[in-house]
Design a protein around this ligand. Sequence first.
Ligand code: ADP
Ligand code: MG
Length: 469
Amino acid sequence: TLRSSIDSSPSPPPAGRRLATAAIVGKMDEMERKREERRRRNMDEKARKRAENAAVATRGGIAIDSVEYVKQIFAYRAQHGVQAKPTHYDGAAAGLPTAWDEEHESDASASRIRVVVRKRPLLGAERERLEFDAVTTLPSPSGLARYCTVHEPKRRVDESKEVSHHEFRLDAAFSEADTNGDIGSAIGLRSLVGHVLDGQPATVLCFGQTGSGKTVTMMGLSGHDDGRSGVGLFTMATRELFALLERTCAGIRPDERPVVFVSFFEIYRAGAYDLLNNREALAVRDDGKGRTIVSGLMHAEAPNAPAVDGLVELAARARSTGSTAANAQSSRSHAILQLRVCSAALAARVRIDGSTPGGGKLSLIDLAGSERAADAADEEQQTRLEGAEINKSLLCLKECIRAIDTHKKHTPFRGSKLTHVLREAFSGNAKMVFIANVSSASGATEHSLNTLRYAARVNDFRPPGSRAR
Ligand code: ADP
Ligand code: MG
C-alpha cells in the first residue's frame, strides 16, 4: 500500500506554480531571518543587562545599594514574628493587635463584601534586576493573615536610607505561599456559589497594576513554569457551581433542572465587546424594570464545568489575538465572565428568543491594569482616552462598592460602562469579593501602595465590629 500511494502521488506542479512556491519559500526564509535577528538583539540586550547587574556589587544576591533597605525590612518582619519564608499562617505566630478579628472569623459569608489582598512572588526577571521583596503579609492570632505592609524605600535629605512601612488592614492578606486553591476556599467561593443558586448576584473582582497577578488568580498558572497554583478562580467557581447543582438536583428530572449559561465580554473605552462572538460590539441599555441588558450578548449553554473551561479558553484567545489586539490589550480592558443559573422553563425561552437569562448570576472580573488610570494625562490622544475611561470606571466602581454596605438607595452605577453592566452586583442582596493584587517587587511599591489605598477605601468605611451580622 505504501508503494501504491507513492505511485498515485500527484505529478510535480507546473512551472508557474513552482515559481510562486519559490517566492513564498523565499518570503518565509526572509521572515525567519528577521525573527532570528530580533531574537539575537533581545539576547544581546539581556546579556548586556545581566553584565550590568553583575557589575553591581552584591551581598547575598542583594545589591549593596539596597542592603540598608533590606535590613530594615527584615527587622520589621522579625519584630512582627514573620518567618523569612512565609508559609500558610498557622495562627501560632504573634500578630498586630486585632480588635475585631475573632468575632466573625468563622464564616466567610457573614459580611457581604470581603476585601482581600494577594501578594505575588518576586519573579526571576525581577531578581535578575536585583529588585527585592518589599511587601509583607502579617499573621494574626486567628490564623488568617489580615495585614499587608508595603515597605517603601526612601532617601532622607541627608542621603541616608529609610524604609517607610505602610500598613493596611483587610479582610484577609494572602502571601506568595498561598495558592489559588487557598484563596478560593478562604474567600468562601462555595458560599458565593450557593448564593447564586439561591437566585442572587455574587461577584469576584481582581484589581491591580499590570503584572500583579490578576490573570493568574482568575485563569490559573497553567502554561507557567510554576504549575503549583493550578487552576484559577474561574474554573474553581465553575466546578463548585456544577457540583452544587448536581447535589441539589439529585432527584429532579434532567429536563427540569436549572440550566447554566455562560457569557464573556470585555469593556474597552466606553464600549462592550463579546468575547464569545468575534468581539461583536454590544449595546448596553436599561430594560425599564430595573435591570441592565447587554443586548446581543451571547449566552452559551454549558452542560458541565469542562464546557465552561472550553468557552473561557476560546474567549481568552479572542482577547489576546483579536483584530484590534494592538489597542485592546488585556491591560486596557475589563474582562467579565458571567455564569447565570436559571430555571428550566426560563431556559427554554432563552433558547428560543435569545433573551437574557434571569436568576442568580456569578460575575468574575479581571479588571484593566490600574496603572492605566494615570494615562488620563498622557500626551498621546488614544492612550489618554483609554486612561480617562479606565480612571472613570475605577473611581465609579469604588463608589458603587461602598454603596453596597451603606444601604444607599441610589448607587451611582451609571457613572461608567463597567459599573452600568455590573448594576446588579451592587444591589442590596449582592455579595462581593474584591481582590487587590500586588507585586512584591521593590520597583513596584508605588503601584502596590496605590492598589492598597484603593482597596482600603473600599474597605475602611465600616467601623470595627460592624461586619458581624
Ligand atoms: P496581570 O494579569 O495582573 O497583568 P499576570 O497574572 O499576568 O498579571 O501575572 C504577571 C506575571 O507574574 C506572570 O508572569 C505570572 O506568571 C506571574 N505570577 C503572577 N502571580 C503569580 C503567582 N501567584 N505565582 C507565581 N507567579 C505569578
Ligand atoms: Mg492580565
